[in-house]
Design a binder for this molecule. Structure first.
Ligand code: ADP
Ligand code: ZN
Length: 599
């Protein structure tokens, strides 16, 4: 039995384990169950791939998405490991072949979709062969709360009942305690050892900006920070994804669309393009994402606020899996707050569900309005105590907003809501406060009320920020009647009576962002080195195309960069490069040395 570290070095070409990988591998390889909670990009796959090679028999990996399975299998085959996938996309004859090879003991790993795994036929089949382990990937799919819920996942306890001696590992990047409990219950993992990593993603720069003209803001962000990068833009509606992609394309950003209203064929096409080509921006609803294990997504942008921190963390987490610099950017405004509140109000859900949804939304709003480090705030939400007060890699740390005593302004706003009968939206209320004689003001005779014109000292922008924060703080609530009309809450009374002061976040003047994302680090090379890097990239593109896999499956950018930097000239030296194991040396060594020598 080769040791775990040898496999890591020789097969995968990595010099050392990361985080808790070594302990997890040791635990599982010795035949014990475990639950692994590790952020995206933490390196979960190796935690079962290496034990799969260490133990006798085949490892069965339950994976919820075909694309995810295909990429993993392709990457394993690239490093010379015998692996295959079984799912509904496979033609019958090919599935037959896989089953035969499985019975013949030819595989080290078999990826299988949950619905296929649960068939009697398949369970009987694997009953006949030695099994190394079961890995249940994306284990949070058991949770009815998340939008990744997969009913078949709830039946996976059968693995435990039918094969009690085969060790199991469940893995997820979902950080909240409730989901964790659900996984343990549903998969019967009460005895399993829990490996909980820090959920911090230090390479992601978090930024939440005030929404003004969000499309233009998005474009400036992409052009300024990520001109040549792959990224994901999330929108709430299908229509908005299409409009946004059109706009980006019209402005020279290559953008594709992905949402549940498209044909499966079209969706798959776009997803493939995003994975295979470089520098594509995917504009999508949250239907897009799970199973996107593209390591070099350099940014995730939100044009609409997600409805919970869980969603925000999961979506932004798709940036920078490779550990290199990446950004999470979001434009957030008054309408996001109103829209999300209304969606909860209008949903047909039971009261209990609405209460939970409201609590989650409020936590999300608090993150948006935060005056302290976003990262500390995020970690705190997931019950993790940060070891720092400021991270130095978020908008707040780099450009701290002040707070101001807004009590008087808030009293004016609340009283204006009251005087106008709690039936108007922020737009009209601001016109009344600022004394603008609009048609509507005349129609309702609102120039006659006492709050007309008492807020001329503040700009429209400031008033909008005030209203937004009042809703976020629960001092105003969006009524379910009439779009966006605002009502007082129980909490408003104390402020109106002058019993309570209100401090609001001062809008930091939108300074140009201080960090320049050096995402495209290749630009840091000198011209000669750059030329070599480009040569390697086009060589990689050719191989990837011939093998029908994304370029990163052949080599990550980081590996190419190391090749340029160290310029190895012998096989020995090549093996020192991160991400270059024995199999890839056999396959590509000569080619690489040739390119490196000529460069
Ligand atoms: P996760 O599934 O946790 O999101 P992956 O298993 O996809 O993460 O790993 C993320 C990236 O990190 C992959 O490209 C993987 O090859 C790389 N990686 C994992 N472990 C190591 C390690 N010990 N050393 C170097 N790179 C690693
Ligand atoms: Zn910070």
């Amino acid at each position: 039995m080769s040791s775990a570290l040898n496999i890591l070095k020789e097969v995968f070409g990595y010099p050392a384990f990361r985080g808790q990988q070594a302990e997890i591998i040791e635990h599982l390889a010795s035949g014990n169950d475990c639950l692994v909670l590790m952020p995206t990009g933490g390196g979960k796959s190796l935690c079962y791939q290496i034990p799969a090679l260490m133990r006798k028999g085949v490892a069965i990996i339950v994976s919820p998405l075909i694309s995810l399975m295909q990429n993993q299998v392709a990457a394993l085959n690239e490093v010379g490991i015998q692996a295959a996938g079984l799912n509904s996309s496979l033609p019958f004859e090919e599935a037959q072949v896989v089953e035969q090879r499985l019975l013949a003991g030819e595989y080290d790993l078999l990826y299988v979709a949950p619905e296929r795994l649960l068939t009697k036929r398949f369970l009987d089949l694997i009953g006949k062969i030695p099994l190394a382990l079961f890995a249940i990937d994306e284990a949070h799919c058991v949770s009815q709360w998340g939008h990744d819920f997969r009913p078949e996942y709830c039946q996976l306890e059968i693995l435990h009942t039918r094969f009690p001696d085969v060790p199991r590992i469940a893995l997820t990047a979902t950080a909240d305690a409730v989901t964790r409990k659900e996984i343990i219950e549903r998969l019967v993992l009460h005895e399993a050892k829990i490996f909980l990593s820090s959920f911090d993603r230090p390479n992601i720069y978090y930024q939440i900006v005030d929404k003004a003209n969000s499309r233009q803001q998005l474009l400036s962000f992409i052009q300024g920070e990520h001109p040549q990068d792959a990224g994901i833009v999330y929108c709430l509606s299908r229509k908005k994804t299409e409009e946004t992609a059109d706009w980006l394309n019209a402005h020279g950003v290559a953008a594709l669309v992905y949402h549940a209203g498209m044909s499966p064929h079209q969706r798959l096409q776009n997803q493939k393009k995003f994975l295979r080509e470089e520098n594509v921006v995917m504009v999508a609803t949250i239907a897009f994402g799970m199973g996107i294990d593209k390591p070099d997504v350099r940014f995730v942008a939100h044009l609409d606020m997600p409805k919970s921190i869980e969603g925000y963390y999961q979506e932004t987490g798709r940036a920078g899996r490779d550990g290199q610099k990446a950004s999470a950017w979001m434009a957030y405004g008054l309408n996001d707050v109103i829209q999300q509140r209304r969606m909860i109000e209008e949903s047909m859900a039971q009261e209990k569900f609405k209460r939970t949804a409201t609590r989650k939304l409020e936590a999300m709003l608090a993150l948006c309005e935060s005056t302290t480090c976003r990262r500390v705030h995020l970690l705190d939400y997931f019950g993790e105590k940060a070891t720092f007060l400021t991270c130095g890699n978020c908008d707040i740390c780099l450009n701290p907003p002040g707070t101001w005593d807004a009590t008087v302004a808030v009293q004016k706003a609340l009283s204006c809501v009251y005087r106008t009968g709690q039936q108007f939206g922020a737009g009209h209320l601001i016109n009344v406060l600022r004394g603008s004689p609009t048609l509507r003001v005349k129609q309702w005779n609102h120039s006659q009320i006492s709050t007309f014109g008492i807020g001329q000292d503040l700009s429209v922008k400031t008033w909008r920020a005030i209203f937004r924060q009042l809703i976020a703080l629960g001092l105003l609530t969006a009524s379910s009647e009439g779009y966006g009309s605002l009502c007082l809450t129980d909490a408003s009374r104390a402020v109106l009576k002058g019993e309570k002061k209100v401090f609001l976040r001062q809008q930091p003047e939108q300074k140009q962002i201080l960090v320049k994302m050096q995402s495209n680090e290749s630009q840091l090379f000198e011209p000669a080195a750059q030329q070599l890097f480009d040569q390697l990239r086009s060589w990689r593109a050719k191989i990837a195309k011939a093998h029908g896999v994304p370029a990163y499956v052949i080599f990550h950018d980081a590996t190419l960069r190391e090749l340029v930097r160290l310029c190895p000239q012998t096989e020995e030296e090549l093996l020192q490069i991160t991400g270059l194991g024995i199999h890839k040396l056999d396959r590509y060594g000569e080619n690489l040395i040739e390119i490196l020598r000529s460069g």
